[in-house]
Design a protein around this ligand. Sequence first.
Ligand SMILES: NC(=O)c1ccc[n+]([C@@H]2O[C@H](COP(=O)([O-])OP(=O)(O)OC[C@H]3O[C@@H](n4cnc5c(N)ncnc54)[C@H](O)[C@@H]3O)[C@@H](O)[C@H]2O)c1
Length: 307
Amino acid sequence: MIKNVTILGAGLMGSGLAQVFAKSEDIHVILLVRKMKEEPYAPIIKNLDLLIENGALSKAEKDGVLSRISFTDDMGAAAKDADFIVECVPEILETKQDVLRDLEPLCRPDAILATNTSVMSITEIAAKCKKKDRVVGTHFWNPPYLIPLVEVVKAEETSEAVMDASMELLRKVGKKPVRCQKDVPGFIANRLQHAIWREALSIVEKGIADAATVDEALRYGPGLRWPILGILENADMIGLDLSLNIQSYIVQYLEDSHEASKLLKSLVEKGDLGFKTGKGYQSWTPEQIEASNKRLREYLIRVTKDI
Ligand SMILES: NC(=O)c1ccc[n+]([C@@H]2O[C@H](COP(=O)([O-])OP(=O)(O)OC[C@H]3O[C@@H](n4cnc5c(N)ncnc54)[C@H](O)[C@@H]3O)[C@@H](O)[C@H]2O)c1
């Protein structure tokens, strides 16, 4: 049974993952920081307090989570007793490869080595490891303590035992892991998300609707179904004969560009980066930005309470 989880990199995702695993009373988490002066508890405490404010966590549970997280800047100490190690270092292929290569001689031969890469090939990340069958992708979504999905990605040499153990661990800490059986860019959920993004931008570029209208069409239409009715279950519900008729007609009109959107490129060139600059597809005041972030977190806390 997995009892010791080590997380490499105490940034946005690493500190969130520490919180996820430490929810379980029989898991101890070690967070590897680059320098001991880095303070990983602060963002975790902020997240836990938000859960308390929204009635999703008690003060005793918060103290329990914090008591099960420790941190070190010594990779040997972080690795030696770990059953499961997940790297959350920056999205640079060579950095990830080197971290796993350096880690291997320091950890137990049966330890699982997971990577939280957003898009990179797990097979390439494992390239400098000697024992590649224990390297697996575990793609968490931000904020990881609120989004249940984790994509568990099988690289060319990942063993079935490692896939199974990773799935079981993630279920145990309350996540909804899904198996991605092929190591492909975007795994499952980002491929879906980017297909929708491509079409959404194309609709704006062609003057069919503006950005706010595209978002409304999703939020008040199909987006309402998705939390309870997957898109393929929905097709089964309406009937595959109807589904085939509709798809045969519509597919020829959909965006199929293999380049990034011209609209997106031109906005970035102008320095319109979204919330970061107050203007993206739409204009945003500081109050609207604050409200949007708050609304998302409070909504996620509410809807994931009973998942
Ligand atoms: N931010 C997101 O929304 C998101 C979502 C899913 C996955 N991811 C992935 O998670 C990973 C981490 O992203 P993040 O947003 O937490 O980045 P981040 O920059 O917030 O954190 C990275 C951390 O790694 C540390 N670090 C750098 N080199 C290190 C090393 N050699 N050993 C130990 N620690 C080291 C840094 O000091 C920093 O604390 C990336 O692969 C990213 O693509 C990010």
